[in-house]
Design a protein around this ligand. Structure first.
Ligand code: SME
Length: 159
């Protein structure tokens, strides 16, 4: 049984503990779907104020939904479309404080108010994006961005 309980006083510690739990969880397994599924569950359990947490995979230069926690989501997203597509097209993290003011935002869940999407890249190639949504405006700050980029780096050799 895995019982990760990550409760830290500050975000830097929270993400450090989360990164080390993720490394432990995916480090010994080479099946990418298994690792994405466990990563989505771990992040969902560890970070407060999320209403969706999971992956869109690069399948032939189109994003296709992968393992996630939350409500059923749109299945396919073209590069350049929405927040996920912007991350895929630029290979840069997209941190959106208010999804309603993001041109082209794709609303999978009407409860979403803010979002962060981090590309997962190996050898310069996009493997997937990690997408976190929150029902709170401006839920994600620069510490979340740094922390999620560290998680994406760990996943880049595990999916
Ligand atoms: N809001 C995303 C779509 C995916 S869902 O949030 C799960 C976007 O605009 O790309």
């Amino acid at each position: 049984m895995y019982d990760f309980r990550i409760e830290a006083a500050d975000k830097a510690t929270l993400y450090r503990d989360l990164a080390s739990a993720l490394q432990g969880l995916v480090g010994g397994e080479r099946d990418g779907v298994a690792n994405m599924a466990n990563a989505a569950a771990l992040i969902w359990e560890s970070l407060p104020d999320l209403n969706w947490c999971g992956f869109y995979r690069n399948v032939g230069e189109e994003l296709v939904v992968g393992p996630f926690q939350g409500r059923p989501a749109c299945i396919r997203i073209k590069f350049g479309e929405g927040v996920c597509g912007a991350a895929a097209a630029t290979l840069e993290t997209q941190r959106v404080e208010d999804v309603h003011s993001f041109d082209g935002h794709i609303a999978c869940d009407a409860a979403s108010e803010s979002e962060i999407v981090v590309p997962i890249v190996r050898d310069g190639k996009l493997l997937a994006v990690l997408d976190l949504d929150s029902p709170k405006k401006a839920r994600f700050d620069a510490d979340d961005e740094a922390g999620c980029e560290r998680l994406a780096q760990i996943l880049s050799s595990a999916i």
